[in-house]
Write a new protein. Structure first.
Length: 325
């Protein structure tokens, strides 16, 4: 029998989680209303949307921030609208930096009076240097309808949700079990068009990433994965899928986030891509796409902005060679 004090503690923590999630859900609705009033199409994902639509209850999934997708062209308008409810990006960019960031990055993080780093406005699922070319206009076109705390919201199509979750987990080398749990729950509870998953994953060049995600969900969480279509059987020909799945499974219990500019992370990202063209694009973009680090490290006047590509190469190349920048 479970001791009374243990039951009381579980109930206390559950009540705290429910209260926090309800507060964040209410804040999400306020944000969506703000964006809607500004004419910005928005798709909330992860957080409260995943809790309600996939797990069936806000209290069944822990989350600490909010993620909202908008189209890249709407980001400036979204920033202006959010300023009216006291949301402020936690980075400040020049006009040239912002143009480059919208082209190569994927998210702005916002602070609010109710919490720091509370909101992420995203216009893609991963930065461009990962070389996974989601067609975000098509993603918005396929969006469906869901509900959060009684409010109707736009939601990702199930196949887009699944693929984005796999790519996000791979970006972090599946370091958190909660990401695998989300993938397993989607696979088991959401009717997925596996033919479209297979077609899209092939187009994106992430068949290996999907295979590893499914393998980990099956091996570590006992998820019932599909046996046909995009199931594991379809990936058995790729021996690297089995090898990576085994290595990641052993790594997860003591997993730590890799630096995206470390040689080990670079090697992993190459192994996860089945197409040589994607590996080349990843390498080229990783080495030559400047970002926040380069802009903070050295300030160049706008006419010299293209020189940041060389700065990026020096900084990342040095780290990949084990040198200090």
């Amino acid at each position: 029998m479970v001791p009374r004090e243990v039951r009381d503690e579980v109930e206390r923590r559950s009540a705290q989680l429910t209260k926090k999630n309800l507060r964040l859900a209410a804040e999400l609705i306020r944000i969506l209303d703000c964006l809607d009033a500004a004419g910005v199409a928005a798709i909330p994902h992860k957080g409260p949307v995943l809790a309600e639509t996939i797990y069936g209850d806000l209290a069944l999934r822990d989350f600490s921030d909010l993620d909202v997708l908008v189209e890249a062209r709407d980001v400036p308008r979204a920033k202006d609208a959010l300023a009216h409810i006291a949301y402020k990006p936690n980075i400040t960019l020049s006009a040239a930096e912002e143009r480059a960031y919208l082209a190569a990055g994927y998210e702005y993080t916002f602070d609010a009076p109710v919490g720091e780093n509370l909101l992420e406005i995203q216009w893609n699922f991963v930065p461009s240097f990962f070389a996974v070319e989601f067609e975000m206009e098509a993603v918005f076109g396929r969006a469906g309808k869901g509900e959060v705390a009684g409010r109707s919201v736009r939601t990702l199509a199930p196949e887009d949700l699944f693929l984005s979750m796999c790519v996000h987990a791979a970006k972090h080398l599946w370091a958190r079990m909660c990401w695998l749990r989300d993938i397993a729950t989607v696979v088991e509870r959401v009717p997925l068009d596996w033919d479209r998953v297979r077609t899209e994953s092939k187009t994106l060049g992430v068949e290996r990433i999907v295979g590893v995600s499914l393998g980990l969900a099956r091996d570590l969480l006992g998820a019932v994965t599909p046996q046909t279509g995009m199931g594991l059987a379809a990936n058995e020909r790729d021996a690297e899928v089995r090898t990576i799945t085994s290595e990641i499974a052993q790594h997860i219990p003591n997993a730590e986030e890799y630096s995206t500019e470390s040689i080990h992370y670079f090697q992993w990202m190459l192994r996860l891509r089945e197409r040589s063209a994607d590996r080349r694009r990843f390498t080229r973009r990783l080495l030559f796409t400047p970002g926040l680090g380069e802009w903070a490290w050295m300030k160049l006047p706008e006419p010299l902005f293209p020189l940041y590509r060389g700065v990026r190469l020096l900084r990342v190349g040095g780290r990949l060679l084990g040198l200090r920048s």
